[in-house]
Design a protein around this ligand. Sequence first.
Ligand code: ADP
Ligand code: MG
Length: 620
Amino acid sequence: MSTETATAPQSFEFQAEIKQLLDIVIHSLYTEKEIFLRELVSNASDATEKLRHLQLTEKSIHDADRALEITVTADEKAKTLVIEDAGLGMSGEELVKFLGTIAHSGSKNFLKALQEGGQKNSNLIGQFGVGFYAAFMVAAKVEVFSKSWQIDAPAHVWTSEGAGSYTLAPAPEHTARGTRIVLHLKDDATEFATKHRVEDILKKYSAFVSFPIKLDGEQVNTVTALWLRSKSEITDEEYTAFYKFQAHAYDEPRLRLHFSADAPLQIASLLFVPKDNPEKFGMQRAEPAVALYCRKVLIDSRPKDLLPEWLRFLKGVVDSEDLPLNISRETMQDKALLEKIGKTVTSRFLKFLADEAKSRAEKYDEFFAEFGIYLKEGAALDWTHKDALVKLLRYESTFTESGKTTSLADYVSRIKEGQTEIYYLVGPSRAAIEAGPYLEGLKARGLEVLFCTEAVDEYVMGNVREFDGKKLVAADSPDAKLPDAPKPPSAEGDLSDDQVADLAKWLKETLGERVTDVKSSDRLVDSPALAISADRMMTPQMRRMMKAMQKDAADTPVKVSLELNPRHAVIKRLHGIRSTNTERATLVAEQILDNALIAAGLFEDPSKMIARLYKLLEQA
Ligand code: ADP
Ligand code: MG
């Protein structure tokens, strides 16, 4: 692109997504048009933060002595509103890139929500924020004058009326570093050129901008770092307003933790859990968003290695006096320091969650329902904090009502004498697990079973491995060692041990390759048989996952061990007809295996089964 050398205005088309966005913004009847000012001031503040950061590392910066403030000028006569910052500015190429293509995640999510919602719901503008383009809600024409901090980059003016295109022209007269945005207001938006209206909006949305904002020469905000003030002086409203400002959020925070520590490091932190899980609807992966400050000066708004990955849903601020301003991730010393701060903050947050779980259990459960997936991820992967995280996990169990959960500690407090394992079953839902045959044996013994119904649970349980000295064991795995069950009273027609052994032998011969072995089971009460995956690694869930990913391993034939319930009528009858009607007995045997495979979630090819069922029906 030759934008740096051109002299005459050049015309550009907006990217297709931006055109779509502008079309909606301009024609929307969204009533709170005033949010455009929040967006523009927030951009000015971001640009100034970036400049302040550049000052730490760069020697030559254009207009180095310019005061870091944001000025807003309202001109009722001219019907203009001007927002000017002394931030890092933009070169010609950057103007084209940043204002002509979609970058802002809020506007991306806005478009996505619109596509999914299938309607032009203008309320979504307020929910997601449309960034810079909000200017076109109130302006018929927008001019952006900008001079980059880089000494050699010439100044430019970017102009657009919000239709399909914009122009870029040199602006040598704009010599001050930073960006000046001139809004030529629409006739129905001239209120935004009146001083008192603008002042109200600035006070409402921009109270936490950490640079002076001057309106017609007077400062309208008081610059304070909320996290450094004492808790008792701060109202809930202030906290929420700060959250919305700092996290660029539009919701109310669900949880908040404000703390300071003196040892081992000086730390002040204000953390928020948002209302909703940002990754819930398959939205893109959340980026770390807890900003790092040193004595009120922003070091990094999205530090990657401060907090563990699984805390990427957290918003807020960590401020440490012990940090050097020009912190560098390349030096070992700084890296270790960051890690130490991260560890302290993480431990504090985990302790906070534990307290919440204890004192406000219901609220904690709601939090867990929304964000538990992150804690599970941490419990499985973060060895440093694993123990604290495992205690925070919650599952429904055979001992809880539907919708209510238990912790592992509570499970252990109810554990039966002699029970050495914690049992769980994985399945798509509680109802599906309850309908399967695997619970029967545990229920008969009065053993509690956790219901694991999220896709990650199997992986989490496999990684966590044990709690409080008790192994976590899938109740349908060959590893589950159930203590002796109370023997049911013997009934007439019960098979002797020899008869059961004979039947098992016959079944193994009849079913051939499809089973690794057949044996009598004490896990069963109401069902005639169940299948246990013979391959410890290849659980039904794993198999489904491999299939979804089209891995070859999913094509290998299912191998199971079949367990029989010798007290069940079907098994007794099978024994009876085995020698008198072998053909029919074979059909029944195959059907028993298929039924067990269905219950195990391992059944794959129904074609043979249908033909067999008709044969059985014919004979009935
Ligand atoms: P976001 O602020 O979320 O990135 P916006 O649509 O508000 O999205 O802005 C798009 C981009 O334009 C910003 O990321 C930034 O690079 C650039 N930009 C906007 N306003 C300014 C400004 N006043 N100074 C410097 N760059 C700016
Ligand atoms: Mg923005």
